[in-house]
Design a binder for this molecule. Structure first.
Ligand SMILES: *Cc1c(COP(=O)(O)O)cnc(C)c1O
Ligand code: SF4
Length: 339
């Protein structure tokens, strides 16, 4: 049976709910002889997206819609806000936690909506960072990107801009000198990208990241822990070490959220903690991101760490170190509570 074994109609209904596009470059990384190829599984639609559902999964478990004071802007954490600049991506990741938008026609922010966003940001002096996200903001033309970033820079209290983009991974040739020069005008500007597997770190991807870095734009990375793709300590270790080698700092490792249409990628919470436990102390701290879970009900991101501190009393703290050895630490209260 071929890939259409589920019936053409079922694929049609899958695509009408969760659209499909991928760049020729990203598709070229696939080993088609392997049905579980990690690039293939991230970008080729799977009927499980509409047939496999675990308890608790929702379209918008992070309740982003509830935190949108104006269209296109999510303001959930006090000092930073997230701008949904476009609904378009170069490749639609099957594990995306904003899949709920895909059924409707993708929109790019227009001048009027941008003005409303700038108005809101100007009225909220507590916001010091804006994350330009989407969709993928680097799918927009450089002129449009320029317009958005220069509008953001009219907000006097805004200190830092962060771009969230998967373009270095799925369309590295989009990182041109012209684009880098535009971005460099709006520093401090960080670019946070999304590598999930060492196979994605190609020569092209490395050159794209290096071009950004040479223009003074630090590149960091968030990874989503995905069942059958990277939920294994050797793959994650390889990924994080390779990222460090191309000078991309691992920032977050996300537990895969309970988002409808992505349940077949979800691992148990223990999986990420176990992987971090295997890596902490065994590879350098600069290779290691923070493992986080974004809680349902709009609970926000919380870090997950293996337990090193077993017990802490007034006179003694007891640790278990990365080798499993028990270590006692005297006077943990230090000079804060002498005597
Ligand atoms: C993740 C996220 C941010 C950024 O949080 P950091 O911990 O600074 O990376 C901001 N806004 C929203 C809505 C987010 O989901
Ligand atoms: S690039 Fe980002 S927003 Fe676009 S599909 Fe992938 S994870 Fe979702």
């Amino acid at each position: 049976m071929g890939p259409m074994a589920g019936g053409r109609a079922r694929y049609d209904s899958l695509i009408s709910l969760y659209r499909w596009a991928a760049t020729p470059y990203y598709l070229s990384l696939i080993d088609w002889s392997d049905p579980d190829d990690p690039v293939r599984r991230q970008c080729i639609p799977d009927l499980k997206e509409i047939t496999f559902c675990l308890d608790g999964s929702e379209d918008d478990p992070l309740e982003e819609e509830r935190h949108m004071p104006v269209p296109h802007l999510i303001h959930r954490y006090g000092d930073r806000a997230l701008l949904l600049a476009t609904g378009i991506c170069a490749t639609y990741c099957r594990h995306c936690n904003r899949k709920r938008f895909w059924a409707s026609r993708p929109r790019v922010i227009n001048r009027r909506a941008l003005n409303a966003v700038i108005g809101y940001l100007s009225d909220h002096p507590g916001i010091r960072e804006v994350i330009v996200s989407g969709g993928d903001p680097l799918t927009m033309g450089s002129t449009h990107i320029d317009r958005i970033l220069s509008a953001l820079r009219t907000v006097k209290h805004l200190e830092v801009i962060r771009m969230g983009s998967r373009v270095p991974v799925v369309m590295p040739m989009r990182i041109t000198r012209r684009l880098c020069r535009v971005l460099a005008r709006y520093r401090p500007l960080w670019l946070n990208t999304h590598f999930n597997h060492p196979r994605e770190i190609t020569r092209e991807a490395e050159l794209a990241c290096n071009m950004l870095q040479r223009h003074g734009i630090p590149v960091s990375n968030q990874t989503v822990l995905l069942k059958g793709i990277n939920d294994n300590k050797e793959i994650i270790k390889g990924l994080f070490c390779r990222l460090q080698a191309i000078m991309v700092r691992p920032y977050y490792l996300f537990h895969c959220d309970a988002v409808r249409g992505t349940d077949h990628f979800r691992t148990g919470l223990h999986k990420g903690i176990g992987i971090m436990k295997a890596l902490l102390g065994n590879i350098g701290g600069m290779c290691l991101p923070t493992l986080v879970v974004d809680l349902p009900g709009g609970g926000g991101k919380v870090p997950l760490t293996p337990d090193y501190l077993i017990r802490m009393d007034r006179d003694e703290a007891v640790f278990r170190n990365h080798e499993g050895r028990i270590v006692r630490y005297k006077s943990p209260w230090g000079a804060d509570h002498p005597g």
